[in-house]
Design a protein around this ligand. Structure first.
Ligand code: ADP
Length: 272
């Protein structure tokens, strides 16, 4: 049985070009300290508010390869850790993305961790304390993490429910960084930088987004994200009429409910 492990060419996973990232607070300093102290990091916040961009920026800044995994409800421990595969009539071990990151000293980013099956999250526990080991049960090995390995994951408390919540035993292993929406002036600059749309128009988009965010819990599960604002700003920049761009880029994107849609369209009419 062949248990040779494929190691990666770290250069392939490096982010070459500096990603544009606009800090909101002291998140960079907190992350740098956590990295220096080998403490895993939890990025908490709604969808589309800059968590992935932040990880790309930190990966570029520290010149450490980034391995990102989008978690889903079918994600098993084997998907993360690895499995045996049949290849040319022999059995070969294939590292999963978490094992690859642990072995090669990468930053591993588990996006939307609560989506993964509960038993999956338990595998990260021994990686998150002083032991820094990953049990490879199928290989009968305990893999010691490379000194450069860093574990991060994101979590959207907005979707919180009794079924989809982080176990206290998992969350208490992490330092948490809050990624709620940036302040209005900062978010306007982000939308402007990402879309090249005139700053004044971007300020109006952010104002509208904050109106939608105030509707959360009253017909909306989540308000317009920074990502949606960037998309809408790109439509306007390319010549679409702002009112129409907001209706298809924001209102229709965040709800299917006719009453809520009408309300959002009225809001848009007051801003654009
Ligand atoms: P998520 O929180 O879902 O991971 P992303 O990081 O993918 O969100 O952000 C969505 C988009 O919003 C990005 O592609 C980028 O255009 C923009 N964005 C949000 N926050 C920032 C930020 N602080 N700096 C730069 N761009 C940002």
């Amino acid at each position: 049985m062949n248990t040779d492990n494929k190691t990666i060419n770290n250069a392939e996973y490096f982010i070459e070009k500096e990603p544009y990232y606009q800090p909101s607070s002291n998140e960079i300093e907190i992350f740098n300290t956590a990295l220096a102290e080998n403490i895993p990091v939890l990025l908490k916040g709604p969808t589309g508010c800059g968590k992935t961009r932040f990880m790309e920026y930190m990966s570029w800044y520290h010149k450490r390869p980034l391995i990102a995994v989008s978690c889903h409800d079918d994600l098993t421990t084997s998907d993360l850790v690895g499995r045996y595969l049949i290849k040319d009539s022999s059995t070969v071990w294939q590292d999963g993305p978490l094992t690859t990151a642990v072995r090669n000293g990468c930053i591993c980013y588990l996006d939307e961790i609560v989506e993964a099956r509960k038993d999956t999250t338990v595998v990260i526990h021994p990686l998150c304390d002083d032991r820094r080991i990953l049990p490879l049960e199928k290989l009968g090995q305990l893999l010691k993490a490379s000194p450069d390995f860093c574990l991060t994951m994101s979590y959207n408390p907005g979707y919180q429910s009794a079924v989809k919540d982080l176990k206290p035993s998992t969350r208490q292993r992490f330092i948490s960084i809050d990624f709620s929406y940036p302040a209005e002036d900062i978010e306007s600059v982000i939308v402007h930088e990402e879309s090249k749309l005139d700053l004044k128009q971007c300020e109006l988009l952010v104002k509208l987004a904050n109106m939608t965010r105030n509707l959360v819990g009253n017909g909306l599960e989540e308000g317009a994200s920074t990502r949606l604002l960037v998309h809408t700003a790109k439509l306007i920049y390319r010549g679409f009429e702002p009112n129409m761009a907001c209706k298809c880029g924001i209102a229709d994107a965040i709800t299917d409910d006719d009453d809520t849609k009408t309300l959002l369209h009225e809001m848009i009419d007051t801003v654009f």
